[in-house]
Design a protein around this ligand. Structure first.
Ligand code: NAG
Length: 120
């Protein structure tokens, strides 16, 4: 009984955490690296935390671009990327994610210079 009572607040916290939309801020660069990336990423994370409106995960890990890796996210923000920043499998996963989840893409700074997002 005591265990059950102690577990309830933890479950409640988990439920609240899961109700916040998850955002992926993708920062991979394969060419030019913009020095502003850490500052911009931190600002996006802070806006989400301060407002309580979203939870931003900052990553430059292209292996996140799989069906399971993208599943938690409601929005993917491409931030100051350069050159080829997704594998072919990653591009395919992103295309499926867009087609099936109703998720959104945002492009911040010179995203149009990247082959991947501009092909979508
Ligand atoms: C925010 O995302 C991180 C992963 O980047 C996760 O560990 C954490 O539980 C999330 N928090 C909320 C409130 O959704």
């Amino acid at each position: 009984m005591l265990v059950r009572l102690l577990a309830l607040p933890a479950l409640a916290l988990l439920a609240v955490a899961q109700s916040v939309p998850q955002i992926l801020v993708y920062t991979k660069t394969a060419g030019y690296y913009h020095e502003s990336i850490p500052t911009a990423s931190a600002a996006i994370v802070r806006i989400g935390t301060d407002s309580g409106q979203f939870n931003a995960t900052v990553s430059n890990d292209d292996t996140l671009f799989s069906d399971d890796g993208l599943a938690p996210f409601k929005l993917i923000a491409f931030l100051s990327n350069s050159d080829q920043i997704l594998t072919e499998a990653g591009e395919a996963a992103l295309t499926r994610w867009l087609a099936t989840t109703g998720g959104s893409l945002a492009g911040l700074h010179p995203v149009a210079a990247c082959p991947s997002p501009t092909r979508l």
